[in-house]
Ligand binder design. Structure first.
Ligand code: FES
Length: 106
């Protein structure tokens, strides 16, 4: 049995600022993760859906990186406004946000 209708993983990995790979934490991924967690709670979706911070998802140059399962839709989420758009259109509305998807999936 799949425990959640949707499971949102938000990379919040942090590397040393000198590391050439960069990291999602340096692009404010913690704020993005908080938006997903708070919005699920505010909308009464906790229990049916879950948002977690995660380690590196190996798409570091595109961070902050978010993946939504079970659809396995990968996003680049540069702002909290973009996170709100994904919540409204994809998580609640069921339609992925094309403009934020990581290009290799399009
Ligand atoms: S640090 Fe976020 S995908 Fe690698």
């Amino acid at each position: 049995m799949i425990p959640y209708e949707k499971h949102i993983l938000v990379c919040t990995n942090r590397r040393d600022p000198q590391n050439p790979k960069g990291s999602c934490a340096h692009s404010d991924a913690e704020s993005i993760c908080e938006v997903f967690k708070k919005e699920l709670a505010l909308r009464g979706l906790r229990g049916r859906m879950r948002a977690n911070s995660s380690g590196c998802l190996d798409q570091c140059s595109k961070g902050p990186v978010v993946v939504v399962y079970p659809e396995a839709v990968w996003y680049q989420v540069p702002t909290v406004a973009d996170a709100h758009e994904i919540i409204e259109q994809h998580i609640v509305g069921g339609q992925p946000v094309s403009r934020l998807r990581i290009a290799s999936q399009d």
